[in-house]
Design a binder for this molecule. Structure first.
Ligand SMILES: [Cu+2]
Length: 118
């Protein structure tokens, strides 16, 4: 019985990691991005290379947004008025990733950006 419970916990943990794309315990420098209706501010998010980075994602809009970088498996959903944190990296200098909000219609409204590793 105990084995089954532990297996379930492990499966749940794996699922959470797969969905969240990044841990939530802060590490490294913090980079703050605001999610508003309907864009990221700044639209070009710069992160340092070679170390973990904590993304602090503040939804200042009136609807739910997400901060999605498909290339690194990151999708952080942030409800209106809330803040989410995700630890990402380390990244390689000179890399540029596409950033997008996958909520229906938001990308088309201009909610796109770039994540640039300096
Ligand atoms: Cu959005």
């Amino acid at each position: 019985m105990r084995t089954i419970a532990l297996t379930l916990v492990a499966l749940l943990a794996a699922t959470l990691v797969a969905c969240g794309g990044g841990a939530t315990t802060a590490a490294g420098p913090t980079v703050t991005v605001e999610l508003i209706d309907f864009k990221f501010s700044p639209e070009t998010v710069e992160v340092p290379a070679g170390q973990k980075v904590t993304l602090e994602l503040r939804n200042k809009g009136s609807v739910e947004h997400d901060f999605t970088v498909e290339a690194i498996g990151l999708k952080a959903i942030v409800k209106a008025g809330q803040t989410a944190t995700r630890v990402v990296g380390p990244f390689t200098a000179g890399t540029t990733y596409e950033l997008v909000c996958t909520t229906a219609g938001h990308k088309e409204s201009g909610m796109v950006g770039k994540l640039i590793v300096k």
